[in-house]
Design a protein around this ligand. Structure first.
Ligand SMILES: [Fe+2]
Length: 283
């Protein structure tokens, strides 16, 4: 890490480079991860794979899922033009132990204020064919990208630049679509480029637009995520999404704590009411 003290102020504000010791770890060989993928495929929603050529401007789900068993797809990853994603890898206790160490590191480095806000640590694994692109997008989670095998380039934009990740897009992300981030040419000029190889990691702050170009090699990458409380940002953006649909021009989060809390309270109540209605409908 560049310096532990500066990392504390940079978390969630700037992308920055970190070094990690996991590149030679036996849990992250292709062979071990094939077993992880088979386990993830048995859990609903924990395995995603697609195959095809993608450009920077494409959205998720625009290339088809390959019609072959996951072990065979991983076996042919050199030529498959594929992208395999395993979610909640920490359901396996061996991987949970690695994630726990990461979480302890983040909490200690981030300091008590940010640490109190972070929860639900998750490990995702990406296995990517040579040359594959991951299109332009942003995520709401607190994230560290960890490169295990192969080299690739990662571009990350300033999370606070609202000409790149716009207020409308963040509202739409929390309101109805996690693919709300839309490519803008000036993002390419302003992004910071990170060259990743085994042992490299990068912190990607929430709402920082980013995209990836894999080099001419198979890549294995971890994404270590943690969530921020819904009241902190997600529910305020969601409330603004609904207000804007009613023709209003709501204030962005962070301008009035009272207003932010009120919006979060309303959205929280709506969510609880929806859960109750679903439960009652099921009786
Ligand atoms: Fe991402």
């Amino acid at each position: 890490m560049e310096a532990a003290a500066s990392a504390r102020t940079m978390f969630q504000n700037h992308a920055f480079a970190i070094r990690h010791p996991l590149a030679d770890h036996p849990l992250f060989t292709i062979e071990a991860l094939t077993r992880v993928a088979e386990a993830a495929a048995k859990r609903r929603g924990d395995l995603w794979a697609d195959a095809g050529d993608l450009s920077l401007t494409d959205k998720w789900g625009t290339v088809p899922m390959p019609d072959m068993p996951i072990p065979r797809l991983i076996d042919r990853i050199e030529t498959a033009k594929a992208w395999v994603v395993m979610k909640h890898v920490e359901k396996d206790p061996a991987y949970k132990a690695v994630l726990d160490e990461y979480e302890a590191f983040v909490r200690e480095t981030a300091g008590p204020e940010l640490s109190r806000m972070l929860s639900r640590a998750e490990m995702l694994v990406f296995i990517t064919s040579p040359g594959r692109k991951t299109p332009y997008h942003f995520d709401a989670e607190f994230n560290v990208v960890v490169q295990i095998q192969g080299t690739k380039d990662l571009w990350v934009c300033d999370p606070a630049d609202r000409s790149i990740t716009t207020e409308h897009e963040i509202e739409a992300y929390h309101g109805h679509s996690i693919s709300a981030g839309t490519y803008k040419p000036h993002a390419e000029e302003r992004a910071r480029k990170f060259a990743l190889g085994p042992g490299d990691a990068v912190h990607v702050p929430s709402y920082a637009a980013h995209w990836v170009q894999n080099h001419d090699n198979v890549s294995v990458t971890l994404s270590l995520n943690m969530e921020l409380p819904r009241w902190h940002h997600a529910d305020v953006h969601h409330a603004n999404y609904l207000l804007r649909r009613l023709g209003m021009n709501p204030r962005a989060p962070g301008q009035s704590m009272l207003l932010d809390r009120s919006k979060a309270t309303v959205i929280g109540a709506m969510r609880r009411a929806k859960r109750t209605a679903t439960r009652l409908a099921g009786r």
